[in-house]
Design a protein around this ligand. Structure first.
Ligand code: SAM
Length: 289
């Protein structure tokens, strides 16, 4: 009997986008955000950017589910939204089919706000709004609800992250997601009181050299932010946004309101400010006296 010759393997088409795109994801949106080219291709840079945004989304999706598991509505405010990559992708992947969900993007650059408004209209993402205001101004903006469930701030410049924390506290946010940018304020105050600190504490060696002042200032800022949030009843997770190669700043802080402030957080915060000659930052981290 004649043996059947082995079947020649069929060339199966491998969709080059299959490993990065999610089912149901809007190709139109990715083109508009210039993640895909006009003819639907993805270059290496965009592939990386998209993977990074998805990686962050993996942390945010359970927070959306948690809120929508308890109630039918969800409000999310994204501060320093830029082109609103994050807001658009969250809406597209998780909130398109949830009629009670609304995303607010807050951004100071008018042209970015205009572009985002225009894009939301074109895509029919009608539960996205964009405010052309600073984070600080948005705390009292009448166009925003009194309560916001989730607050995000991704590389919001300098003290905009601190304003986003104030916003979250004022709006009684359930969850806060921060990827801080460089904050220069704490380093500037460390620098200002350097001589005084030398006489006061050997710890001042930690920020004696200018590069160390900047780096320590930056790390200390996030430590103070965490204590501030814990003193207001948030439980904190601090982790690294792996693969965030386009930026040196890849610290991810996720805070969830538990209703029970960590007992010594406020005292510790106050003691650190005192020990490091940073008392003038009490209003920033401890609130108005
Ligand atoms: C580095 S970009 C990040 C954009 C976006 N979140 C992202 O990760 O792609 C920072 C954005 O924050 C905006 N911004 C800076 N300070 C702000 C403030 N005080 N209030 C609102 N937006 C601010 C800037 O205009 C800029 O678009």
């Amino acid at each position: 009997m004649k043996r059947a010759s082995p079947a020649t393997p069929k060339t199966t088409f491998v969709d080059p986008l299959a490993d990065v795109l999610r089912p149901g994801q809007s190709i139109e949106l990715l083109k508009e955000l210039h993640i895909l080219t006009r003819d639907g291709k993805l270059n290496q840079d965009s592939r990386r950017k998209l993977k990074q945004v998805f990686h962050l989304c993996q942390f945010i999706e359970p927070l959306l589910d948690e809120v929508l598991g308890r109630q039918d509505t969800l409000t999310l405010a994204d501060h320093g939204a830029g082109k609103s990559y994050l807001g658009f992708i969250l809406y597209d992947l998780f909130l398109k089919a949830r009629p009670g969900a609304h995303i607010y993007g807050i951004e100071t650059r008018d042209e970015l706000v205009e572009k985002s408004r225009d894009l939301a209209i074109r895509l029919g993402f009608d539960r996205m709004s964009f405010l052309n205001e600073t984070v600080a101004e948005s705390i009292t903006a009448e166009t925003l609800p009194a309560q916001i469930d989730i607050v995000t701030a991704l590389h919001a410049c300098n003290t905009a992250t601190d304003d986003a924390i104030r916003f979250a506290l004022a709006k009684q946010a359930r969850h806060i997601v921060l990827v801080p940018c460089c904050q220069a304020e704490v380093a500037a105050v460390l620098r200002k009181h350097k001589n005084e600190s030398f006489g006061k504490t050997p710890l001042s060696e930690i920020w004696r050299h200018p590069i160390h002042t900047r780096e320590f200032g930056s790390q200390l800022t996030n430590v103070l932010r965490c204590l501030q949030l814990e003193s207001h009843g948030y439980q904190i997770t601090v982790t690294e946004l792996v693969g965030w190669e386009h930026s040196m700043k890849n610290e991810l802080i996720i805070a969830t309101q538990t209703g029970s402030p960590r007992k010594n957080a406020r005292d510790r915060l106050q003691q650190i400010l005192q020990e490091l000659n940073l008392q003038e930052l009490e209003t920033r981290f401890l609130g108005p006296q």
